[in-house]
Design a protein around this ligand. Structure first.
Ligand code: FAQ
Length: 311
């Protein structure tokens, strides 16, 4: 009966056993996974744009090769994640259509512009740093294909974070103008990076159920705190100041107290009104349309191959 199926599912989740594509699962569980995984996939794909913007202007061949590899990794992450969504019955074409018609979200962070090359370092340091902080626990997510995708994604994200930090270290050893670029980029990206973790727990409609299903293993605020605590010593080592006058070590709670992100700005970006929302979606829409002939050719080739095998 349905009750038995549900009990079996709940039991597996409670025992930290993975749910696999052919297992019975509640509709809500499937729906929330498709929502989170497709938003995550879209983020990886849209996330190629801010950095891709600097590929032709990287200051050396070495920096260009590193950046190119990173952007390609992000395409790969998007593809694993779309595949994970497909194991739940989602249709990739449908997901793309929803992205380019703004019916599905992607991470708020990718709606901010990359104004100079220090932004590339800061994205690696802060944005990939935040992504790792959020995604390492997702390697223990209850849905098997998602958790396994996260293992590989996290390994690559660690490399991305390191390349960003190394780039910034190099700039901080440079001229005063280069040091200023790093500080200025840090000032712009700090608060949006904190917003990547989602709304505060009290305003997060999905957290409680996703925690109960063990899709999410920590709340948004827990991970945001972890990120701040992890990043403060890195900023010190780098010699930059994080743009938050309220940021201070609290020896009682043994963590940092910090200021409140501008949640109105966050809501506004989610509504589509961030500095680059329209540009990002438009560029993705154009790339999809420009790629139609490739998909047509691949489909025609597959039909021909199948026919050949029959004769
Ligand atoms: N941006 O109830 P909650 C990367 C939405 S890393 C946009 O708290 P939930 C790597 C949320 O979807 C970035 N929307 O939701 C990279 C929901 O809307 P809905 C991607 C946001 O799901 C680095 C509503 O607000 N990482 O790409 C955001 O429990 C460098 C209410 O929120 C992931 O996606 C936001 N920041 O928690 C690539 C990680 N926050 O769907 C290139 C996986 C919330 O009800 C370069 N995802 N919303 O209409 C997660 O861990 C979760 O989905 C959260 C949100 C934590 C993001």
């Amino acid at each position: 009966t349905d009750q038995q199926l549900e009990d079996h599912f709940e039991g597996r989740v409670a025992n930290d056993q993975r749910i696999e594509p052919r297992d019975w699962m509640p509709d809500g569980y499937r729906k929330t996974l498709v929502r989170q995984i497709s938003q995550h996939a879209h983020s990886e794909i849209i996330g190629m744009q801010p950095e891709g913007n600097w590929l032709t202007r990287a200051p050396s061949l070495r920096r260009k090769a590193i950046l190119l590899a990173k952007v390609q990794d992000e395409a790969g992450h998007g593809l694993y994640l779309y595949s994970a969504a497909e194991t739940l019955g989602a249709d990739r074409e449908d997901l793309t259509t929803k992205l380019i018609s703004s019916r599905q979200k992607y991470s708020s962070i990718f709606n901010y512009p990359t104004l100079n090359f220090a932004d590339i370092g800061v994205i690696g340091w802060l944005v990939d740093g935040a992504a790792i902080c959020n995604q390492v626990p997702l390697c223990r997510s209850s849905y098997g294909p998602y958790a396994r995708a996260m293992v590989r994604v996290c390994k690559e994200e660690s490399f991305h974070q390191r390349q960003g930090y190394e780039l910034l270290m190099t700039m901080m050893r440079g001229t005063a103008a280069q040091q200023e670029m790093v500080q200025e980029a840090t000032n712009r990206w700090w608060w949006p990076s904190l917003m990547m973790f989602g709304p505060p727990d009290g305003d997060s409609p999905n957290t409680q159920q996703s925690m109960a299903w063990r899709i999410k293993r920590h709340t948004n605020d827990e991970l945001r705190q972890k990120f701040v605590d992890m990043t403060v010593p890195q900023a010190e080592a780098l010699g930059v100041t994080l743009p938050d006058p309220e940021l201070v070590w609290n020896s009682e709670s043994e963590r940092h107290d910090f200021g409140t992100p501008d949640w109105d700005e966050f809501k506004n970006v989610l509504k589509g009104n961030g500095p680059c929302n329209a540009e990002r979606v438009e560029r993705r829409r154009r790339a999809h349309e420009d790629g139609q002939w490739v998909r047509d050719a691949a489909a025609a080739h597959a039909v021909k191959q199948a026919a050949r095998q029959q004769t």
